[in-house]
Ligand binder design. Sequence first.
Ligand code: NAD
Length: 332
Amino acid sequence: MKLAVVEGDGVGKEVIPAALEVLDAFGLDVEKIPMELGYGRWERTGSAITEEDIDALKDCDCVLFGAVTTPPDPNYKSVLLTIRKELDMYANVRPIRPLLSVKGIHDRTDFNYIIVRENTEGLYSGIEEIGEEISTTKRVVTKKGSKRIADYASKLASNRTNKLTIVHKSNVMKSDKLFLDVCRQSATDAGVTHSDELVDSFAYNLIKNPWNYDVIVTTNLFGDILSDMSGALVGGLGLLPSANIGEKYAFFEPVHGSAPDIAGKNIANPLAAILSLKMLLEWNKNMAEATILEEAIDTALNLGLCTPDLGGKSTTSDVGEFLANYIKTRLE
Ligand code: NAD
C-alpha cells in the first residue's frame, strides 16, 4: 500500500507520529509518502497546497491526515475542502461509538451510530462573494451529489440495522427539498426503513437519545456540526475518527482540528487519529490488525493509560508507544 502521510498543523504534528508508530508495529508492507500541506507551509512559502500535491495524493492508495489550521483570511483556500473536492471524496463517514471504559455524558453506552456527511457541496461549496457590506456563500445541492451520498448511506444502512435517518432543514431552506426527496427515493429503492428529521430538533434528540439512531445522512455543514457535537457523547473530540471516501480515493483523519490551545505540549489525545488508522486498516481489509488495535486501545484505557482530556496523565507519545509495544508483543 502506498500511503500519503500529512501531519498538517498544530496537534496534527503530534497525533500522526503516534499513529505511525502504531502502524509500524504491525510490520505491514506500507510505503509512506510524507507530505507537507497546510497553514504552516503557507506561512513559510505562500502556498498551502499545489496541483502537484494533488497529483501526488492521487498517486497514493490512500491518505492518513492529521489536521490543518484554516485562518478566516478570505485569500486562504481551505486545504481540506480542496482535497475533498479534487479527489472527489463525497462521503465523510463518522462513526460514533463509545469506548466502554470512557464516560460520555450518559451512563448508557449502548449506542453506535454513523454520520454520513455529504462532503463536496452544500454550504461548503466554496462559491462566495465577500464584500464590505454584504457577503454571501452559495449553498449548492445537486441531484447527482445527493444521490451518491444517499446511495452510500442506504447501502451502509442495509448492511447494519436497515434504518436510515435523513437530516435536513427543507422547511426553511428549500434547497434541502431536493436532498430530502433524493434520499427518500434512494432508501426506498434499497428497501431501507427511513425517516427524516429537521436538523434543529434532531440535534436535541440525538444528544438526548443517541441509542435511537443508526445511520444518519445529512448535508455538509449539518454533518460537520452534528459530528463535533457527538464528541460529547463519547468523551471528547480526541476520540472521533473519520474516513473520506470517493470512487477512487480514501482519506482518513480525526474529526478534530489543529487544536492550537494544546498544540506543542504532547498532551493531545492521539486516539482519534489512531481510530482513523483503524478505519484505514479495515478499508484495506487488514481485519486482524484492526481487531488487535481495538484490543490494544481497550487495554490502554482499562489501565488508565490516557491523555489529560480523558482524565489521565499520559502524553501523546506515551499512548502511541504503549499501543505499539502491545501490538508487537501480541504479534510475537
Ligand atoms: P479543534 O477541533 O482544533 O479544537 C476544539 C477543542 O477540542 C479544543 O479545546 C481542543 O483543545 C480540543 N481538542 C481537539 N483535538 C483534541 C485532541 N486530539 N485531544 C484533546 N483535545 C482536543 O477546533 P477549533 O479550535 O475550532 O479549530 C482550530 C483550528 O483547526 C482552526 O484553524 C480550524 O479551522 C481547524 N480545523 C481543522 C479541521 C481539520 O483539519 N479536519 C477540523 C476542524 C477545525
